[in-house]
Ligand binder design. Structure first.
Ligand SMILES: [Zn+2]
Length: 247
């Protein structure tokens, strides 16, 4: 078996004391919101461990080792706060943007997104319209969602959009293949895997081969498995429970 890293990830959404000011406003979004204080406590715990959040694009997938990645889905206005909280510690995160919502009342503007990128954070796509059940789309519609948003984000940050996260986190073979066809090289899912897997299930798509990544809570000590990156949701501040698939 070839060497590969074990990657633990934490999938955040809004970091705010005022959920009405950032991100999706439906009720289902609230459980995914952390206060800045609770988020700071998470970062303190990371700082007290050996783990340091890093960019997925900096991970050497041919070597073993343990890596920690932090992601922030949806691109709500609080992304700037989260990015600054990481930057103050010299850390970087991943911000996944819903491109049709850029600049709307509770979502980051193009200028905010450029700022995040200028701080060294990875900016990727979370699709164009955040379809409720992404795996239910036709492969053509999936591809369109990735391409439209990837193009918009690439235009804003002035660099190719190579990273993505799946709305709702649910995947299918078509979801993985559509992302690979759109040029995504690192796809964050919500599968409970700690090891990266080939994005297109072994099929080479467009000559490139991406990887699917997930975030899994508290999984830093687990042993390597097969090849895919996976995400888990962070614990709620009250502790104990892991939220259901995100808004
Ligand atoms: Zn989302």
């Amino acid at each position: 078996m070839s060497a590969h890293p074990t990657i633990a990830g934490f999938g955040y959404h809004e970091i705010t004391d005022d959920p009405s000011a950032s991100g999706f406003q439906r009720t289902g979004a609230r459980p995914y919101t952390l206060t800045p204080r609770a988020f700071a406590a998470h970062l303190d715990q990371m700082a007290a461990s050996e783990a340091r959040p890093m960019r997925v694009t900096d991970i050497d997938f041919t070597r073993s080792g343990r890596c920690l990645v932090l992601t922030f889905d949806d691109g709500g206005k609080s992304a700037v706060h989260a990015g600054d909280a990481l930057a103050r510690r010299g850390w970087t995160g991943h911000f996944f943007i819903v491109s049709s919502l850029i600049g709307t009342r509770t979502f980051a503007t193009a200028s905010d997104i450029r700022y995040l990128a200028s701080c060294g954070h990875v900016v990727g796509t979370h699709t164009h319209t955040h379809p409720d059940i992404f795996p239910d789309l036709t492969p053509e519609r999936m591809l369109e969602e990735w391409r439209t948003s990837g193009d918009a984000i690439s235009e804003i940050v002035g660099a190719p959009c190579l990273t993505a996260s799946v709305p709702g986190g649910d995947i299918s073979r078509q979801v993985l293949e559509s992302a690979a066809r759109a040029g995504v090289q690192y796809l964050f899912t919500s599968e409970p895997w700690l090891s990266p897997r080939d994005l297109a299930a072994g099929a080479r798509v467009g000559g490139s081969r991406g990887r699917a990544v997930s975030l899994h809570l508290g999984a830093l000590a687990l042993t390597p498995g097969d090849r895919r990156l996976s995400r888990a949701r962070p614990l709620l501040p009250q502790g104990g429970n892991v939220p259901r698939p995100h808004p």
